[in-house]
Design a protein around this ligand. Sequence first.
Ligand SMILES: *[C@@H]1O[C@H](CO)[C@@H](O)[C@H](O)[C@H]1NC(C)=O
Ligand SMILES: [Ca+2]
Length: 232
Amino acid sequence: MFVVILILASASGILTQKDMSGKVFFIPKESSSSYVVLYPMKNGPFESITVCLKSHSALTRDYTLFSLATANKDNDFLLYQEKQNTFSVSIGNQDLFFSIPRTAEVRSICVSWDSLTGDVVVWVDGNPDPRKIFMKGYRVGARPIIIIGQEQDNYGGGLNVSQSFVGEISDIHMWDRVLTSQELMDVLYNRGMVGNVINWYNLYYETKGEVIILPQVCKINYKPEYCNYVPT
Ligand SMILES: *[C@@H]1O[C@H](CO)[C@@H](O)[C@H](O)[C@H]1NC(C)=O
Ligand SMILES: [Ca+2]
């Protein structure tokens, strides 16, 4: 398969552009130094956001799934699995909590937020949790730093080992709009619905520390297309 398209030297490391279909980022060990920086194709500010990803982790403590910081707000858009079966969505440094149990299974999470209405929806394996209203009228700032595997407490840093992610994470997409239910199903089943801010099939990223790229493993009762992207 056609893999590495282009490798560019950046100031701090190697920026890679790659089609990550059928792959995962695997962070095998707890640390505050292993993570992935994702480079967005749009710089914001953002009045609507949808983020989707799949994760697989045996952690029983808190961990971070998606950390987007801007110059003035470390939790400008943060997805975080808390203890006690609570999942949090933070926007503009404010926290909104959902009752979502942790699981050691492969799990798909999609979160959408619309500034106009404040409507937040969290989808777990395609099932929406009861929606909430949050941060109506707010705009997530421009020039975000997006990190997978660690939680930022300042712009690009302030990482805390106790909030790090250990395990596999994949199929990360981000849009600057709210997806329809039909589009979310197309994401879940890999029917060619790709992010316009972050696109897993054309991903600009940099890995730090110990992050391994491995093939995805599939759950037995998933439809094959759930974990095997077939370009159309
Ligand atoms: C690191 O994260 C843990 C768990 O969330 C928290 O209790 C602790 O205060 C954090 N430490 C710092 C320095 O932020
Ligand atoms: Ca933070």
